[in-house]
Write a protein that binds this ligand. Structure first.
Ligand SMILES: NC(=O)c1ccc[n+]([C@@H]2O[C@H](COP(=O)([O-])OP(=O)(O)OC[C@H]3O[C@@H](n4cnc5c(N)ncnc54)[C@H](OP(=O)(O)O)[C@@H]3O)[C@@H](O)[C@H]2O)c1
Length: 331
């Protein structure tokens, strides 16, 4: 199986809401790795959008999100704000009739996700969670290897996402829905969901920092014939690997498992093969999925349908309930 070339996807015109760190990476993906263009960037921080477009070399700078979503040249909007503030900009874009790609974690909680998804469905616009891992070549290939039966029936899945982010202020701020789970832990959670689906039972243990955000979370997901053990912390860089073990072999995904990387399949008979999925950037695959969906008149991705985004958010809510993680606007 070959992942379609993102540059072969139809060209669309992107607007970006929030001119922060990850927006720069998406701008690079759109401009250099797709046929699409960046036409607008909105930032509520004075001067930030202007600096952003100067750096990107493309697009009009706006000082409000309203101006971006009301720009008739914008086809689709990428929401790249903090987790507490995904749903309102997404709703703003949907109301203006724009297609929307929303950064992970999709929203702060399931209730917000349901609101955004209902609005998009009512308006008939395309909506997708920016869980880029799902669309990356190595993940497409490993799903195909599992479907071919290369590792037999899955018995266990392990995944870690641990980064040293104690210098990042927003990570400590509960009102921005900071902490490890929504920023980092969502990757192991979404990966287990991708491979094994919705767990029958969840057990989570977490340690909260003094500001109230989660510094570290360990999770066990139970399935009828398998288990997933997942870990995240924002305090130290960890292995960031994943392993899927089956009755006939195992798949080991190299650091960093959720970004473009390699994986090795080792079968019980000792034979092995490696797939090299390293590509520049990587955001172009999720962006191309949006462009294809819009061109084909679809309103969601077949690879990451909105019902699955909701399932992931429900899992996240359950983990949060078990570790006592409540954001200030939920009290
Ligand atoms: N896919 C990935 O690999 C990846 C990697 C990192 C982050 N992310 C996700 O991307 C999103 C943004 O992360 P980031 O690292 O880019 O964040 P960031 O640079 O800290 O902030 C992004 C934007 O959010 C707004 N913002 C930040 N702090 C704020 C505050 N205190 N009050 C009000 N608004 C604030 C600002 O919007 P304005 O420009 O309008 O002022 C800022 O430009 C999150 O959902 C995160 O999980 C994804």
């Amino acid at each position: 199986m070959t992942t379609p070339d993102p540059k072969s996807a139809p060209a669309i015109r992107w607007g970006i809401l929030g001119a922060g760190g990850i927006a720069h990476k998406m701008a690079d993906a759109i401009i250099h790795h797709t046929a699409s263009e960046l036409v607008a960037v909105g930032s509520r921080t004075p001067g930030k959008a202007e600096a952003f477009v100067a750096d990107a070399g493309e697009g009009t700078a706006y000082t409000s999100y309203e101006d971006v979503v009301n720009d008739p040249n914008v086809d689709a909007v990428y929401v790249a704000t903090t987790h507490n503030d995904h749903h309102e900009p997404a709703l703003l874009a949907i109301e203006a009739g724009k297609h929307v790609l929303v950064e992970k974690a999709f929203t702060q909680n399931t209730a917000q996700a349901e609101t955004v998804i209902a609005a998009a469905r009512a308006k008939g616009v395309y909506l997708q969670e920016a869980m880029w891992t799902r669309f990356l070549p190595h993940v497409v290939e490993l799903r195909a290897a599992i479907e071919r039966g290369e590792i037999g029936d899955i018995v266990s899945l392990q995944a870690d996402h641990s980064q040293a982010l104690t210098h990042v202020e927003r990570m400590f701020r509960p009102e921005l829905a900071g902490g490890a789970l929504l920023d980092l832990g969502v990757y192991p959670v979404a990966f287990a969901h991708d491979i094994l689906g919705v767990p029958d039972a969840i057990t989570a243990v977490g340690r909260l920092r003094d500001t109230g955000v989660d510094g570290q979370v360990s999770m066990v997901f139970e399935y009828p014939t398998s288990q997933a053990t997942l870990h995240t912390t924002m305090e130290v860089r960890g292995p960031n690997t994943a392993v899927i073990t089956g009755t006939e072999g195992r798949i080991e995904i190299a650091d960093t498992f959720y970004a473009p990387t390699t994986f090795t399949v080792t079968r019980q008979d000792g034979t092995s093969w490696t797939y090299d999925g390293r590509v520049e950037n990587g955001f172009q695959y999720e962006a191309a999925e949006v462009a294809r969906g819009i061109a084909e008149g679809r309103s969601e991705s077949a690879i990451l349908p909105l019902d699955q985004t909701l399932e992931i958010m429900r899992i996240m809510d359950e983990v949060r309930a078990q570790i006592g993680l409540v954001y200030p606007n939920e009290r």
